[in-house]
Design a protein around this ligand. Structure first.
Ligand code: 5GP
Length: 116
């Protein structure tokens, strides 16, 4: 299986990659919603959060750890940020390759529109 993110990870299409290791790759979102908007993506294709298995615990943990490292690098660790994983239709997932959004650099407001 391949995805647009898998092509970025393999260097087949361009992206602003800010971090890469044996388990995850992070690059800037093409359509940022805040001054910092980075996607942290497993190097292997895991379609959604529903598809995480026990064998993926290391990669899931790495995603969290890399988010904290990048938040520090971006200078938003102290001011704060949001980590988001969208899952399937109601979650608003557009790309079916698991990814964590690291968003910050401005006040982000409430997490959900509770009237929706
Ligand atoms: P989702 O809605 O699936 O959680 O988020 C997908 C994100 O991927 C969106 O924020 C979108 O802007 C970003 N995105 C989609 N295609 C590309 C691409 O080709 N390059 C980059 N850097 N980001 C992308």
């Amino acid at each position: 299986m391949t995805t647009i993110f898998a092509k970025i990870i393999r260097g087949e299409i361009p992206a602003n990659i800010v971090y890469q290791d044996d388990l995850v790759t992070a690059f800037r979102d093409i359509n940022p919603g805040a001054p910092t908007h980075i996607l942290i993506v497993p190097n292997k294709v895991i379609p959604t959060a529903n598809d995480l298995t026990e064998a993926d615990e290391a990669v899931a943990g790495r995603m969290m750890r890399v988010a904290a490292i990048l938040a520090e690098r971006e200078g938003i660790a102290a001011s704060g940020y949001r980590l988001i994983i969208n899952c399937n239709k109601h979650g608003g997932q557009e790309v079916y390759h698991l990814h964590m959004h690291l968003v910050g650099g401005r006040p982000l407001g409430p997490m959900l529109n509770r009237a929706a």
